[in-house]
Write a new protein. Structure first.
Length: 283
């Protein structure tokens, strides 16, 4: 029994070392004066971060990535949340098909997705090729599983049928039911999905390069540029990207913990509302 515990702990330690050692090495390399002639770095400096921050493109590409990520989260929320709610409420037989559709982005390579969008929207009256709106459309498709699964899990954790019937029996319209009843109860899932989408898009390179290129440079594009020019500055860019992703992950963990407590309380309150709602009443 003790031998199994020791093996289990050793496996966990080896896994953690395997996962975090490259990230730690990137952090150290970003502040090393030189680290190619010895095991340990030859001095430490913040010169590479200073060079990165002084680059005139830094704020531009950072703003572009933040803007594209935020708009994609908004569009994904407006498209996916009502669709998932309606299918769970009115078309439960279509759930297997919806689950299949939301897994397709995992099977379609980003290059194929980009070429298909260019072929579809590169002609005709819209002319969205090589524009940020096309990049947003591609990102909505690319991150569909990351947004849908948390929302679907939150919808399955509450009794949406009883909540909807209770709201409508009190005279609430469909938009009011969505905004004031459903959205608050699945907000942890929406926020978790949105943060996952944000973190994924912030570091995405392939679609941005193929769909917009230098016309709308993003943070990963500038990182790749410095990878070819100076690896130390590229490491500083990588650390900044890691930090944004880690901060987003911490927010996701906090929201998930907070949402678990809140959903249990909201579910019991919704059940009481369904039991006490008078038929034909008004809000």
């Amino acid at each position: 029994m003790k031998q199994r515990n020791v093996l289990g702990r050793m496996s966990i330690i080896l896994f953690l070392v395997y996962m975090f050692l490259p990230i730690l090495a990137t952090y150290v390399f970003s502040i090393a004066i030189r680290w190619d002639r010895s095991i340990l770095p030859e001095g430490l400096t913040f010169e590479w971060y200073q060079t990165a921050f002084q680059d005139r493109w830094f704020l531009i590409v950072f703003r572009h990535s933040i803007t594209i990520s935020a708009i994609t989260v908004l569009v994904s929320t407006l498209l996916i949340v009502p669709t998932a709610y309606w299918v769970h409420l009115r078309l439960p037989r279509a759930l297997p098909l919806l689950n299949l559709i939301t897994t397709l982005p995992f099977a379609i390579p980003a290059v194929v997705l980009a070429l298909g969008l260019i072929k579809l929207y590169g002609q005709g009256p819209l002319q969205l090729a090589r524009t940020p709106p096309m990049l947003v459309l591609a990102y909505v498709i690319f991150t569909l599983p990351f947004m849908y699964r948390p929302v679907a899990s939150s919808l399955e954790a509450i009794d949406i049928r009883r909540l909807t019937e209770a709201a409508q029996s009190l005279g609430a319209s469909w938009p009011r039911t969505m905004l004031q009843v459903i959205f608050p109860n699945i907000m942890p899932g929406i926020l978790s999905g949105g943060l996952l989408v944000f973190a994924t898009i912030f570091g995405e390179f392939t679609l941005a390069t193929l769909l917009v290129g230098a016309r709308y440079k993003t943070f990963p594009m500038q990182l790749v540029y410095y990878t070819r020019r100076d690896g130390r500055i590229a490491s500083a860019y990588s650390v900044i990207s890691f930090t944004v992703a880690w901060a987003t992950s911490l927010i996701i963990l906090w929201i998930t913990t907070w949402g678990t407590r809140r959903t249990s309380g909201s579910r019991s309150a919704g059940e009481r509302l369904g039991q006490q709602a008078p038929v034909g009443g008004k809000v």
